[in-house]
Design a protein around this ligand. Structure first.
Ligand SMILES: [Mg+2]
Length: 392
């Protein structure tokens, strides 16, 4: 027994969750609104146990569990016997170990280590990071469009949903469109801007679906015309081309947000310095955990730029709460007729990232309990478990 907790074992639980009217592909990479769908989707959670009894926990809300849990498990072997509070050392070690395989698997372990540290020090993660605010302005970020009667099936349906989000309290709204038809996407942006542009901040995220740079430039001009707040990952380079986005920015005025699809601090910083993006993007699940993302936010701050935290969950809230230079919390992926598949029903105490999680002020809370500030319902997770693996 020591004052500094030593990692004794790391427990992974793969479990299934059924999200009404939402289907996922077999590998768990993509989800879509599918009325009547009831096939379970795979998720996982992990617990880092130490010799002092303090436990770090994290349950990523999103899919891709097959790939990510496997990568986490491989890295976990290197953490056994290590001091749990040396997150910086572990971050560097895990990046080194995964440098040939896309640096996958670091996020969930690092986030659980932050949860553990918060419980050790009796402070929330945002307090450990310095603390800046306790409420976060949020945007409703839609799932991709569909062709279904109660779905996001037309420009008007997107505009109707924007009005619904406004009534719920949101003051910002982001469209993920269909899958890259320039005329269709442009019509959607124009209709949403016409309906709510006078009272909501509007963003568009192409998720890499427009086919060409020329289409991205044309769509960017529509964003200019409609006064969009940002244009995100518009075209099929995947949001990774420095030169492509430099060219795009020569032709349009709307701020461009890329770097969601490149990993980690150094590449994101290079893209900011190269003028390929007007914002940094950071995701604790994918960019080296809270350790990696806080570095991205500080790098952006040093350049006088903003860092937008990707996606929703307690880790994202704790990170953004510590960042001065982040504008909006992303409540994704929401839809008018089905739940948010990234917000799992396995929290005790009412934590939620469902569509109605915002207050009248358009903001969400930051949990103030130690660590991530949430309590996972491990009994319910155990009931839904399909596999448990323990690394010791
Ligand atoms: Mg995006």
């Amino acid at each position: 027994m020591s004052d500094t907790p030593i990692i004794e074992r790391i427990e992974f639980t793969a479990f299934e969750v059924t999200i009404p009217d939402m289907s996922a592909d077999a590998a768990g990479f993509g989800i879509s609104y599918t009325p009547g769908a009831a096939k379970p989707q795979l998720r996982f959670g992990l617990r880092i146990h130490t010799d002092t009894g303090v436990v770090g926990e994290y349950v990523p809300g999103r899919g891709r569990a097959k790939v990510i849990m496997t990568a986490c498990e491989a890295l976990a072997h290197r953490l056994i016997g290590q001091p749990a509070l040396q997150r910086e050392k572990h971050y560097r070690s895990m990046r080194q170990l995964t440098k040939h395989i896309g640096e996958v698997g670091i996020g969930a372990l690092d986030i659980a280590l932050w949860d553990l540290a918060g419980k050790h020090y009796d402070a929330s993660v945002s307090e450990l990071l310095g603390g800046y605010r306790t409420r976060l302005p949020a945007y409703a970020s839609t799932i991709h469009g569909d062709r279904l009667p109660r779905g996001l099936s037309s420009p008007g349906a997107y505009a109707d949903f924007a009005e619904q989000c406004y009534e719920l309290g949101y003051r910002a709204y982001k469209m993920h469109g269909w899958h890259g038809d320039l005329a269709e996407e442009s019509a959607m942006i124009r209709e949403v801007a016409k309906r709510v542009g006078d009272r909501m901040v509007i963003m568009y995220d192409g998720s890499g679906h427009l086919k060409t740079l020329a289409d991205a430039i044309q769509l960017g001009k529509v964003c200019d015309e409609c006064g969009l707040y940002w244009l995100e990952d518009p075209y099929a380079d995947g949001g990774v081309s420095v030169r492509g986005h430099q060219v795009l920015k020569e032709f349009i005025n709307t701020p461009v947000l890329i770097t969601e699809h490149v990993r980690n601090l150094e590449t994101t910083t290079d893209m900011m310095v190269a003028g390929a993006t007007d914002f940094a993007r950071a995701d604790p699940d994918y960019d080296g955990g809270i350790t990696g993302c806080h570095k991205v936010a500080v790098a952006a701050e040093g350049l006088g730029m903003d860092c937008e935290v990707h996606s929703c969950g307690p880790a994202m809230r704790q990170l953004m709460a510590a960042c001065r230079n982040a504008n909006y919390y992303e409540v994704n992926l929401v839809h008018p007729d089905c739940p948010n598949a990234w917000s799992l029903p396995f929290y005790e105490g009412g934590y939620s990232d469902q569509l109605d999680c915002v207050g009248d002020d358009g903001c969400v809370d930051v949990p103030d309990a130690p660590g991530l500030g949430v309590t996972y319902d491990w009994v319910a997770i155990a009931k839904a478990a399909v596999e448990t693996r323990v690394v010791r």
